[in-house]
Design a protein around this ligand. Structure first.
Ligand SMILES: *Cc1c(COP(=O)(O)O)cnc(C)c1O
Length: 381
């Protein structure tokens, strides 16, 4: 097999005509700012898509998470129970407010926060728990109804980090609507993109107004600049909103394409000792990234055995990007002093991290190219 001339990416932007049209409208009307029609329309369209009352478009998903943590009133020393196996952006905003993360192990059947481990932590930390941040990894919903019921029972504010799972559903309800506060991202590698950007969504309209206020420097309604609170410059640009607005028209199409990619891997790799990233009944992922884990008994360096790193380096030689699974937060030097809660002696996140790999799931990858990628992977075993 030949090395690809043009790199096959993990997940790169897939752009249509409308994005350019909306961006041009911003140029033509001179709304080259953090106000304008694209922002208003994007906020409205996202509320309709998800079935949610209010939203505020922001500079990034991370900014949205920060404001969610602020709205949850996380303060110095408060405990926030967080997904352990996720991107650091899910959990860093807790530290921005000087809260303390406690990491909750994931479960085998969704790779997301284990509700049993969550309840152990809720009992252990009691009233000190202010909030729970749950991420839906790689586009697969967590057991969101169970987690939401536990948050209610123990009086913790639920924040759903749906940065990777926009358009996924759980029990027919959209991911990104289960939390009191919900976060999506329009980063360049997500299922739809604005080039960058993010959004905070909630049914609490007053809370979203408050977030908008904080995102525009917390300026009080006076003729001069009057400030009673600490604000931020977190608003989205009207140009970025134009790109995201155009992309949103193609979200369902992207989801269908991502699903085909996942299914082709599942079919193409079925004779290998590997499993694709799993999901449970009643949940419909958006298949943002296709991932595999190598079965325990076939894992290692012996003959006929592969490791994720061997596959990654081999793919790289052919000019194909792949990526290790998110390294669990409790294994990160930054968070070495934080507590980690699991069920019994499990360490599910570490096991998936050790045996797993994210495969190229790019919407620009052709079926023929994916067939070659699958052949390269097969040859690693
Ligand atoms: C991408 C991502 C974010 C951060 O979004 P940005 O828009 O890049 O700030 C947060 N959480 C998860 C799980 C993500 O994958």
């Amino acid at each position: 097999m030949q090395r690809f001339d043009k790199k096959i990416w993990l997940s790169s932007p897939y752009i249509h005509k409308e994005e350019r049209k909306f961006v041009n409208e911003a140029f033509d009307t001179n709304w080259m700012s953090t106000i304008g029609e694209n922002i208003d329309k994007l906020e409205g369209a996202m509320c309709s898509y998800l079935g949610c009352k209010a939203s505020v478009a922001l500079a990034s998903g991370t900014a949205a998470l920060h404001l969610a943590v602020k709205l949850a009133n996380v303060q110095h020393g408060d405990i926030v129970l967080c997904s352990d196996m996720t991107f650091a952006a899910t959990v860093n905003p807790v530290s921005y407010e000087r809260g303390i993360q406690v990491f909750i192990d994931c479960e085998k059947d969704t790779w997301n926060m284990n509700p049993t481990a969550l309840e152990i932590a809720l009992k252990k930390y009691g009233k000190k728990v202010k909030a729970v941040i749950v991420a839906d990894l790689y586009g697969t919903p967590a057991k969101l109804d169970e987690i939401s019921a536990l948050c209610e029972k123990y009086n913790a504010v639920m924040i759903e980090d749906a940065a990777e799972s926009l358009s996924a559903t759980y029990k027919e309800r959209q991911s990104g609507t289960f939390g009191k506060y919900n976060v999506v991202s329009f980063n360049g590698n997500k299922i739809i993109t604005g080039t960058s950007g993010g959004m905070l969504l909630s049914d609490d309209e007053a809370a979203i107004s408050k977030a908008k206020f904080l995102s525009t420097q917390a300026r009080e309604p006076f003729p001069w600049y009057q400030h009673c609170e600490l604000g931020y410059n977190y608003r989205m640009s009207n140009l970025i909103a134009g790109v995201a607005r155009g992309q949103l028209l193609h979200l369902d199409q992207h989801k269908a394409m991502k699903k085909k990619i996942w299914q082709r891997y599942q079919n193409g790799l079925k004779d290998l000792p590997v499993q694709m990233n799993p999901f449970v009944e009643h949940s419909e992922p958006n298949y943002w990234l296709s991932c595999l884990t190598i079965n325990k008994d076939s894992f290692g360096d012996g003959i006929g055995k592969a490791t994720p790193e061997k596959i990654r380096l081999t793919l790289d030689k052919y000019n194909v990007e792949s990526r290790p699974i998110w390294k669990p937060m409790h294994l990160q030097p930054l968070y070495a002093d934080r507590d980690f809660i699991t069920v019994g002696n499990d360490n599910v996140g570490e096991d998936i991290f050790t045996r797993g790999l994210c495969l190229p799931s790019d919407l620009n990858m052709t079926e023929e190219q994916q067939t070659v990628v699958i052949e390269i992977i097969k040859n690693c075993f």
